[in-house]
Write a protein of this length. Structure first.
Length: 334
């Protein structure tokens, strides 16, 4: 079954399958997606993931954070439950379709690096395109803190934002890569503790299973950015603490009823592709409303979200626009 989405041909894999495949891409996308395998993958393979090497990686985010913010969004440093966050508020004309909605964004980076600097363009565009406040959480991470601590920080921030919301307001959880894993973990823990479920979950190239490296090497070695060897070197440090991780190591093991309506994007042949598709199918089978899009000519959907507006689907330029004008409102209202 084939349909048209803007300039992008999409194919519904089966009558029951929630996955939409985007096979076309822009020229800029093809250029940018040719670079990561040449540059980033080689850098990941060679970079020393010692404490000193990891701290050096954080300098990249620190440098980017010095750049001034765009004028169309107001950025404020604050805390949620003593967890540092950056709040992004749209300035000027607002679309009131999502009044009362706040987005808690959790950045990716393998629990190792990245932060507000690397993800500012993403969070700013989400805030602007959806006319909603976006809270970018700065979870503790390597080299001093393990995955359990990052999960703890994300969950504390979620609980604090819930507590600050007025009656009837809603919180959407969003994240890319390892940040999407944290967002899914918050859903799992909230369900286990009897807290209010988020209004929606938005996941860009989500990291689904901490033990994905144990799979058939042929399944995971095609990733354009992350070599398996680098993943395993980082994984050895994830148990660093001081907070132990609660719950499942794989979101495939979590009861689908723990998750709200979900919007997922992914790239074909990325390390997490098989898990992402299985996760989406599991949610759909469990009765969860799912919108998933799979790009066949992008290296990582998480890197595509900072692109320019005006396109459709996952062509490396505009998933945020597509998610903001279609996916997220549909999930919130599901």
């Amino acid at each position: 079954m084939t349909t048209q989405s803007g300039t992008h041909e999409t194919t519904l894999l089966t009558a029951e399958d929630p996955v939409l495949v985007h096979r076309s891409s822009s020229r800029m996308t093809r250029i940018t997606c040719a670079l990561p395998p040449v540059i980033a993958k080689s850098l990941y393979r060679m970079w020393p993931l010692t404490d000193r090497g990891t701290r050096a990686l954080t300098m990249f985010d620190t440098t980017l954070s010095w750049f001034p913010s765009a004028r169309d969004v107001e950025r404020t440093s604050m805390t949620l439950g003593q967890i540092p966050v950056q709040r992004y508020l749209p300035v000027g004309h607002r679309d009131h379709r999502l009044d009362g909605v706040s987005i808690l964004y959790l950045h990716g980076g393998g629990f190792t690096f990245c932060g507000d600097g690397t993800h500012r363009r993403v969070t700013r565009r989400i805030a602007k395109s959806l006319s909603v406040p976006v809270y970018s959480v700065l979870c503790r991470q390597l080299p001093d803190y393990g995955v359990g601590t990052a999960i703890h920080d994300a969950y504390v921030a979620y609980r604090a934002l819930l507590g600050a919301c007025a009656e009837g307001d809603r919180v959407v959880l969003a994240g890319d890569s390892s940040g999407a894993f944290l967002a899914a973990k918050v859903c799992e823990l909230a369900a286990a503790d009897g807290l209010a479920m988020p209004a929606a979950l938005v996941a860009y190239s989500p990291h689904i299973d901490l033990d994905v490296d144990l799979r058939d090497r042929h399944e995971i070695c095609r990733d354009a950015l992350m070599p398996v060897s680098a993943y395993r070197r980082a994984k050895r440090k994830w148990e660093k603490g001081p907070v132990a991780a609660r719950g499942a190591r794989s979101m495939l093991q979590v009861d689908p009823t723990a998750f709200p309506p979900t919007f997922i994007t992914a790239a074909a042949k990325e390390m997490f592709e098989a898990d992402i598709v299985a996760f989406a199918r599991g949610l759909a089978a469990g009765g969860c409303a799912v919108v998933e899009q799979l790009g066949t000519r992008v290296s990582c959907a998480g890197h595509a979200v900072a692109g320019k507006p005006g396109g459709n689907g996952i062509d490396g330029r505009v998933p945020v626009t597509d998610a903001g004008r279609s996916g997220i409102p549909r999930c919130v209202s599901a």
